[in-house]
Design a protein around this ligand. Structure first.
Ligand SMILES: Cc1cc2nc3c(=O)[nH]c(=O)nc-3n(C[C@H](O)[C@H](O)[C@H](O)COP(=O)(O)OP(=O)(O)OC[C@H]3O[C@@H](n4cnc5c(N)ncnc54)[C@H](O)[C@@H]3O)c2cc1C
Length: 410
């Protein structure tokens, strides 16, 4: 069997690797480097820049002050990008995947690599999203590749990316203005989380301009809907990427490609996975790539996004999963032994159950991703509370927030 995978981001790479033991795989990537948005502009540069600041934030609790500057962080980011992108290249090569660096498309039902038709049995479209340039405005994706420094920044968009960028800049000692049209941050996830995180960001000195639209924007200033004008050394936009549909217009779509639960598009033998179907994280893209590939190999696996964990990488970390409705309990994590040991002075964990099952949780504490990932397993496997009560978690650990919550709920 021959398969074309179009797009070398997380979805495409994992699809290609899954297929490679059983099929001849062509991976078509239009950029010179592999890894897609995540490795080159997204997850990897941002987390490489955040990681040292998270460590220094931990150390500050013990009275140790370690300072970083933006250029040091950029150096870490570029190193990580190069290491991981090269690693992906070697991984694909060692699995016998043929990488073709050109633009892929489907025209008159035939896959093309550039202008060359490619004779394949199946195709996975994993072309993700792109950043569209608006005049001279800056985006989070530019940060690692620039050498400008700033005393003050305006961040527009208070979702995941806006919170991470604002926190990073504030920890570097910059004056930060964060603007969002909602009256508090993360409102669509959970009210408690929204209140706590909005207060926390304000407490660390981020100037919040919430419930306001931006009516005018330039390279170094904005005017808000209420007429307020704010100036800074740079304005960063953190949202508004566009799906890469070009070349695939004949595959039924709206903003994103339409797929069914098996990730089949409406064209026979053409599948799609990753941000091009409207998911927004690298782990959903990886999972989608694997599901599409396995379905090509003859399995019949559904792509299920219910219970996928989401993380915001600041300190304390923010993570959430599912929906926080039903019967909920809130644990103040300051009472955990691990929190005392680590000298952490804030945080909470909220757990919600309905019909004898966990339906959702949010956490604002170090290692939040661990407890939320554990709960993700419970949700995705529809485990009943009586089985979950049987788990044993290490002491002292942040995971004990779950034990505390269960003891109060059940
Ligand atoms: C600033 C930022 C930070 C982020 N941080 C995180 C994070 O911490 N964790 C997380 O889970 N997610 C994060 N994301 C989201 C994550 O990057 C995406 O969800 C993920 O990259 C989607 O993977 P993908 O494979 O679907 O698409 P992409 O990674 O976008 O890859 C698509 C690839 O297809 C190529 N391509 C496009 N069109 C064609 C064509 N016609 N022919 C050939 N090749 C083509 C592109 O060049 C690209 O390499 C972040 C995103 C941004 C912007």
């Amino acid at each position: 069997m021959k398969v074309a995978v179009i797009g070398g981001g997380p979805a495409g790479v994992y699809a290609a690797l899954t297929l490679s033991k059983h099929a001849k795989v062509y991976l078509i990537e239009k950029e010179d480097r592999l890894g897609g948005t995540c490795v080159l502009y997204g997850c990897i540069p941002t987390k490489s820049m955040l990681s040292p600041l998270i460590f220094s934030s931990f150390l500050s609790k013990f009275g140790v002050n370690v300072q970083f500057n933006l250029n040091q962080l950029r150096e870490y980011a570029i190193n990580s990008i190069n290491t991981i992108s090269k690693g992906v290249e070697r991984l694909l090569e060692s699995n016998g995947i043929e990488v073709i660096h050109t633009t892929g498309s489907i025209r008159s039902s035939i896959v093309h690599a550039g202008n060359e038709p490619l004779n394949v049995d199946n195709t996975i479209i994993s072309t993700g999203t792109r950043r569209e340039r608006i005049n001279e405005l800056k985006f989070t994706e530019d940060l690692a590749y620039s050498n400008e420094d700033y005393k003050s920044v305006i961040v527009i968009g208070g979702d995941v990316g806006g919170i991470e960028l604002s926190w990073m800049m504030r920890k570097l000692g910059k004056e930060v203005h964060l603007v969002d049209r909602n009256v508090s941050l993360l409102t669509n996830i959970d009210d408690t989380l929204s209140n706590v995180v909005t207060n926390y960001l304000s407490q660390i000195g981020i100037k919040l301009h919430l419930g306001k639209e931006v009516s005018k924007i330039s390279r170094s200033s904005i005017i808000l809907s209420d007429g307020e004008s704010i100036s800074a050394d740079a304005v960063f936009l953190t949202f508004g990427r566009k799906p890469n549909i070009e070349g695939f217009e004949e595959i039924p779509h709206d903003k994103y490609l339409y797929v069914d639960e098996y990730l089949r598009t409406q064209v026979p033998n053409v599948y799609a996975a990753g941000d091009i179907i409207g998911t927004f994280t690298a782990h959903e893209a990886i999972y989608g790539g694997v599901v599409a590939a396995r379905n090509i190999l003859g399995y019949k696996e559904e792509f299920i996004v219910e219970g996928v964990p989401k993380v915001i990488y600041i300190h304390p970390q923010i993570a959430y999963v599912g929906v926080t409705s039903g019967k909920c309990v809130i644990v103040n994590t300051v009472s955990l032994a691990k929190t005392v040991v680590d000298k952490e002075d804030e945080g909470f964990f909220k757990l919600c159950v309905r019909d004898n099952r966990i339906v959702g949780a949010v956490a604002f504490m170090p290692n939040a991703e661990d407890v939320i990932s554990l709960i993700s397993i419970f949700i995705r496997h529809q485990m009943e509370l009586k089985s979950i009560m049987n788990i044993v978690l290490p002491h002292p650990s942040y995971l004990e927030a779950l034990t505390e919550a269960l003891m109060r709920l059940v």
